[in-house]
Design a binder for this molecule. Structure first.
Ligand SMILES: [Fe+2]
Ligand SMILES: [Fe+2]
Length: 287
């Protein structure tokens, strides 16, 4: 990987603007170190938030692939077409690994299968109600949020250190690939749909309503089904994790809001260097 200075001028808006090579990697983690449900600092709320995210990945990422591939035949830019393939390969492997991880979570008591059944119902309803353009716009929104969380994860090893090793490394590998392919669905949307108002609306809907609300409901469902009632200290810990110094939301507010700016492109946030750095650190896990 080389130049990390990106020109994302409007004239190129309809072609791929990715300046980084997308490289699907295969990994195999052993989740034997996940022995307790409250693996993150003994905090049930923070732990369950991560479980609810992982539970949503296999079906969610399948929807990302599906909603993007529906436009594949309209793509005339060969570079973008090739990137869609690699994006789909990466997401498919993420789904596979998160399925394995979700089994490990289930073994500690989390009702992941039940939660997945609810997610499936919601996605089916969405498929029937939403246009294919809106589904793609939603995927673009989710991809920006995922890439922002990935950037946070790779720049905050002090927070990631609280995870069991296998879980930490799985999230770090996932984060590398989310950054690598972060502009693919955005470019497909620009190339094939190009309705900025719909995208802006869908991004706000996803970021300020759908995503936080569904993580909240899923987390509550997981803990309630396990018979755990969060204490004041648990909630305070979660609040600090999200909004405290270096917190996952507080520390990346500017990345989340950048999407709303006119002429935004994901590679205006230059984090290709993080991919180089973490590629070397995680190399022993790639098979
Ligand atoms: Fe992914
Ligand atoms: Fe992704």
């Amino acid at each position: 990987m080389s130049a990390h200075t990106f020109n994302t001028g409007q004239s190129e808006a309809k072609q791929s603007q990715s300046k980084i090579n997308i490289q699907p990697r295969h990994v195999k983690f052993d989740f034997a170190d996940i022995q307790t449900p409250f693996f993150y600092q003994d905090n049930p709320c923070i732990s369950a938030v991560w479980v609810s995210l992982s539970a949503s990945f296999p079906l969610g990422e399948a929807e990302f692939i599906k909603s993007t591939k529906q436009f594949e035949h309209n793509i005339t830019d060969p570079k973008l077409k090739a990137e869609v393939k690699k994006f789909a390969q990466q997401e498919a492997h993420h789904s596979l690994q998160h399925r394995r991880l979700n089994q490990a979570f289930e073994a500690t008591g989390y009702p992941v299968t039940q939660l997945e059944a609810e997610i499936k119902k919601e996605l089916l309803a969405r498929e029937q109600k939403w246009s294919i353009e809106r589904r793609l716009a939603n995927t673009v929104a989710a991809e920006h949020v995922t890439a922002t969380m990935a950037n946070w994860a790779l720049t905050h090893p002090e927070h990631m250190a609280h995870f069991p090793e296998s879980l930490r490394e799985l999230f770090q590998w996932h984060a590398i690939e989310e950054i690598e392919h972060k502009s693919v669905t955005f470019d497909v949307y620009q190339h094939c749909v190009g309705r900025p108002a719909l995208l802006r609306w869908q991004y706000r809907y996803f970021l300020y309503f759908h995503f936080p609300f569904s993580v909240y409901l899923s987390t509550r469902f997981l803990l309630k089904t396990m018979g755990y009632k969060a204490t004041k200290a648990d909630l305070q810990g979660l609040h600090n994790f999200l909004f405290g110094k270096g917190g996952m939301i507080a520390d990346r507010k500017h990345h989340y809001s950048a999407f709303n700016k006119k002429g935004f492109h994901p590679w205006q946030i230059d984090d290709a260097g993080l991919v180089d750095e973490w590629q070397m650190k995680l190399e022993p896990h790639f098979v």
